[in-house]
Design a protein around this ligand. Sequence first.
Ligand code: ZN
Length: 393
Amino acid sequence: MSENVTSSIPLVRRTLTGEAREAALARAKSLVQIEVGDDLAYDVSNITHGVFSPLRGFMTARDCSSVVQHMRLANDTAWTIPIILDVSESLARSLASGRTAVLVHQGKFVALLEIADVYPFDRQEIAAHVYGTLDTAHPGVARAMKMAPYLVGGDLMLLNEPEDPYQDYRLTPIETSLLFKEKGWRTVVGFQTRNIPHLGHEYLQKTALSFVDGIFINPLLGEKKVGDFKDEVVLRSYKTLIEHYYLRDRIVLSIFRTRMRYAGPREAVFHAIVRRNFGCTHFVVGRDHAGVGGYYAPYAAQEIFQHFPDLGIVPLFFSAFFHCRKCGGVVNEKTCPHDASMRVEFSGTRLRKALTEADGQADQLIRPEVATVVREWANPLIEIEEIDMEGAR
Ligand SMILES: [Zn+2]
């Protein structure tokens, strides 16, 4: 794989410095305020630093509708997930297109919003198209149904970085692109994860890495569902894996600060677009990428890419992988001829069993150093719903 795919989409940068920032902060004091929670505040940071390029702000009615129905912005650029700002009816009444509002997070001005439009929307339409179901047992649908009734579209300008306990682990697309260049990498594969790394992940990563110059491990930290691993556990376990099992000059680790949508195929494309913006040329798409429960067909997240030849990043598709006792290692459906009785699957249930029980076959699933880190937590999993919907209500 020697092709050097470079994106034709310019990186968005909507930040201010020096006097321009001081003037904007002074102006913000007299503007209508929109309170945002952590999740929206991180979206603001992602938009203004170009993680969500070509978006310059929250979606207008035209873009939102086009994304929901056609998986493209109104100008036909590929984009599969609505990036939207919801507000209450009373707040919507105080906002008008052509005016500027200020977004406030934890008492601090984070960004100016040049209001393009304020519009009502259909929660069910979004759920049906984006998640492919109206079942509120789906965490993405449940969240969509709780949104406030109006959306505000318009360009953003960052004033202050939102408070984030993981700020030190975030790199902007400008920083990652520069880092890849400094390392002399012409090809970089991006790896999305919301989990602790088991041997199957490592096998995937290293198989992909063997064809390119470097790997960008980019764990998603943010709101997730009950039963997923806590952010801190994911980050610490990756740092440990990298320390013991990776060549330093072949890997970059930084986090992607956003929430999981569990939108399966659509989210896989969204995840690929984001990694293109970070400067990756390739992106790993595994089985049931960004899926939840049984809502999506196992390889739907790979098949969807045939509709997007214009992403500017090459998806690398992998089959399901597992440990085979006969083969004596990690294999997949394409490489192992043995029957199911020889297999140890990398399921969440199996992994939890391996970590909590003495003879849980942990050595077949996870590196001992990583297991040691995870076992430091009495419960490494998210136990209560952490949906953070205060803010724009
Ligand atoms: Zn086998």
